[in-house]
Every structure is written in C-alpha cells, then in structure tokens.
Design a protein around this ligand. Sequence first.
Ligand code: CTP
Ligand code: MG
Length: 592
Amino acid sequence: MQEKMEQKSNTGDIIDFILLKRVMQFAVPYRFYFIVAAISAILLSFLGPIRPLLINYAIDNYIIIPNQEGLLKISIVLIFILILEGVFQFFYIYLSTWLGQHIIQDLRSKIFKHILSLKMKFFDNTPIGTLVTRSISDIETIADIFSQGLLVIIAELLKLIVVVLLMFYTDWRLTLIALLTVPLLLISTAWFKKNIKRAFQEVRTEISNLNTFVQEHIVGMHIVQIFNRENAEYKKFVDVNTRHRDANIRGIFYYAVFFPIVEVLSAMSIGFIVWYGGQGILQAKDNTVGELIAFILFIHMMFRPIRQLADRFNILQMGIVGSERVFKVLDTDEKIKDIGKVSFKNIKGSIVFKNVNLFYKKDECVLKNLNFNIESGKMLALVGSTGAGKTSIISVLNRFYEIDSGTISIDNININDISIKSLRKEIALVPQEVFLFSDTILNNITLYDDNISKQQVIEAAKEIGLNDFILSLPNGYDYILAERGAVLSLGQRQLIAFLRVYVRNPKILVLDEATASIDTENERLLQAALEKLSVNRTTIVIAHRLSTIVNAHKILYLENGSVIESGTHNELLKKKGAYFLMFNSQSASSKF
Ligand code: CTP
Ligand code: MG
C-alpha cells in the first residue's frame, strides 16, 4: 500500500521548480565546482558543432581545390579542438559526479542526524523500511540530478540550439529538409517519455517489494521454519521476483523500440540530405560536397541530444520525486520539547507521579490518573498483567513519550524543566527487550563513551559476577556479536544491559524484566546483579517473577493503567487480593 501511494505522487508531469530550487540549495557550498562543471558543459556544446563547420571548409577549400598546407593547418586546429573537448569533458564528467556525491553525503548525514532527534511516537508509526529507503536509495536519485540530469539537459539543449543555428547558417534549404523528420521524432519521443516513466516507477516499486520481502523473511525466519512455511514462502518469493523481472524487461522494451526509431529517422534525414544536396551538386547549383558532409555530421549531432533529452528529463524528474520524499522526512518535526534548563548536580533521586494520564491513541487511556512516590534510594516494584501499562510508566519517566496531563517530578523538579540530556543521564534503563548492536561486547557496554575505560568495564563485570561469563566467550570482551546479539540468550543479553547501566553509575535504576522465563543460573546472576546495583539508588523494577521483588520497599499492582493494590510483599499477601493470587500461582508452578 505504501508503494502505491508513492507511485501516485510520481505522476505530476511538470518539473517542480520549488523542489528543484530547494535541492539546488545543497549545492551552494560547492558553487565553485558547480560553475566550473556548468562552464565546461556549455563550452562543450559549442566546441562539438564547430567541427563540422571546419570540415566543411577544409573539403571545399583545401581538398576539392588541393592545398596541402591549408589542409595541414586546419587539421591542427581540429586536433586542438578535440583535445580541448577532451579536457572539458573530463572536468564536466568528474566534477558533476563529484558534486552529486558530495551533496548526497551532506544530505544523508543531515537526514540521519534528524532521524536521531525524532521521538518514539514517530518510530511507532513509521516502518523501518521506509526510513531506510529514504536515507539510502531515494537520496541516490538526488545525486543523479547533478551527475546525469540537470547539467546534461542544459548542455544537450544548448548543443541542439547551436547545431540547428549553424545548420541554418550553412544552408537554410538543406536545414529544412533535414528537419522533415522532426514531427515523427517528437511523437515517438513523447510516447517514449510517457512509457519509460511508468516503467521506471514499476521497477522501483518492485525493487522495494523485493527488498521488503527478503528483509522481513530473514528476520522472521524462525517463524517460517517452525510452521513449515518454507514452500509457501518460496512460492510467494518467486512471484515477487517474477514481477521484478517483468517490470525490468518492460522498461528495456521501450528503449529497444525508441532507440532504433531515432536511428531510422536520423538515417532518413541523412538520406533526404544526400538526395537533395547531391542533386544540387550535380546540377552545379549552390550546394558543395563540404556542406553535404557537414550536414551528415550535423544530423548525427542533432539526433543524439534529442534521444538523450527524453531520457534525462526522466532522471531529473525521478530525482525531484526522490527529493520530495527525503524532504518529507527532514520536515517532520516530531520531537520531544527540550526546553528544560535544569541540569542535575547532586541528585537524590526521589520520584513523584501526580495525576498522570497518558494516551498513545486518542481514545485509549493507558495510564489513568496515576499517583505514587518513591523515596530516594528505595526500591519500587511494578507488577500486573500484560498490557497493564508497566513499561509505559518508565517510558514517560525518561520522556520517551509525553504525558497528556499531570506531573512527574524528580527531587521536586518537574521533569519537563530538566534538560533531556541531564534527565536521561541520571536514569539508567535495562529494557524489556535488550538491543545489542553488531559490534564487540565491550563496545556494546561502553557505547563508545570515552569516559568509560575497558578496565572499568572489567571491574564492574567482576563486581556483578559477569566477568567469567564474558571471558568464556571466544575473544572475551572483543567477541563480536552477530546482528541483534542473536547468539546470546535473553537472560545473557539482560546481563550485558546491566553492565551497560552499572558502568554509568546512575542515581535512578530502572529494570524492565524480560517476560520469558530464564534459566536458574542466569536468574541467580540477575538477582545478584540487581542487589548490587540497587544499593544507594532509587530503583524501579518491573517484575514478572515475584521472587525478584520480595524485598522491595513498595509494590504497586497495576491493572488497566491504574494501581489497584499497593504495599510491601507481606502487606499485599495479607490482603489476599490480586497480588496474593499471582504469588500463589507462581510459587505453585515453581514446585513442579
Ligand atoms: N501501547 C501503545 N503504544 C506503545 C506502547 C504501548 O499503544 N508505543 C499500548 C499497548 O497496546 C498496551 C498499553 O499501551 O495496551 C500498555 O503497554 P505497556 O505499558 O507496554 O504494557 P506492560 O504492562 O509493560 O505489558 P508487558 O507486561 O506485556 O510488558
Ligand atoms: Mg512491558
């Protein structure tokens, strides 16, 4: 569906100059190079058409009337012009590509920086594939505007004008004869332009479909295999793959028809010229052999730009469509307002939630008028059924999402008045789903923070009993995790995340326990790590295994975004309510 929508925006026929102007703004820092490339292109469009003129002159004045010396001179001039053309061509090709690459490098950095600043809600609603396409292949089409689009169009158009003018200058009658095929040429060009554009769009859509399909199925491979869906998925893939092939072949079909048509028309024009001009020579009227040969060369020079222009306008248009998509991402302003001025110096870490309400979607209240507080250095536990809103509570505490009403304060300061950087520095999170980058264990722990040395990491690992485990991996701390850390178990990943947090020594610790049960060895390690980490820190633990939190200072039992029970472990057991039932069912199952 995504792709269909994109296709729709592609159908505008006129070039959007506002977008083009915006793209051109990215060339401003490189204007010197742009100007040199443009001048080279312009000079080239003049230099080329001079050659037939000189050849015309040479034939009529130095060959038909033999003149060795004159012929030599004019040959030297011709060679000189050719060398000049070569030099300008070099500057033109090299600089226009250089320019395109520099511009997209800047744009890519800009878009990535922008993506880094967007809020979680944006990512909830935007598919990863879309953002990857925007910052990789859509940007690529913008480079083509510079390396293959704009300058080529200017140069070829100029060349076309110069050639036609020179033709008229040489002989207007022959020129009109040569232009006889132009109406046919215009019709076939229009046909080609229309069809090739559609074909290009189809190819792009199919490439995107192919990408999405392969990416999704590799990520979800375990589902494919465990449900024995290999054959079915293979068949689906063959379909997508076939559509991609057919789209490409359709595109090539139009080229294969259009290019020979242009060849034939150009040959026809030459035929007309030879027939008409030849008669002129035979009847000793005003045509000369030199003119005839010059015209044959001119016709070649005239048809080439026409053929190119149809193709290049397309590339320019594609680039502009690409830029529209890229700018759309750059123009999204979905950021968390970071206007807080307070920066923590000596944070104590007491937290108060007052009348907090949160909506992810308009009519779905996820946190309902929530009130609770945690004193500095104490441990608060959150329990409750799945979807109750536990993760949401910590997401609003570190301002991944913004609450709709109420206040959250740390040390009596509203978190909106604290700079996000300072806030997140003090709150360390061990998330429910630990994300590990495809990098070494060490880099996954330090996250390239220069303030954290390897020695510190090793010390910390020893303290929370993780050093032996890491050393048991091949290469120890330098063990490179494959994508997403898939080679480690869930519990092991959480332990790495613990270490990430521990080396940063935050005042507030948040642990969102993984739902999946983990083996007793890892559970013991996690428990020990938590005990170690929670000393002198305000700690919030979201627990699925209640054994983790029997010592918590306060436990909140949540249901549908509201606290329905609160107290210590023993107090809650005495109440014989929801917590009591949950505890009993867990201790019953652990006996077997
Ligand atoms: N939700 C949402 N958008 C998000 C995150 C959550 O709409 N970005 C919704 C979920 O659909 C759910 C509710 O918010 O209905 C609470 O989600 P969450 O706080 O993540 O629930 P938890 O209590 O953490 O559930 P679990 O025990 O499964 O982790
Ligand atoms: Mg959760």
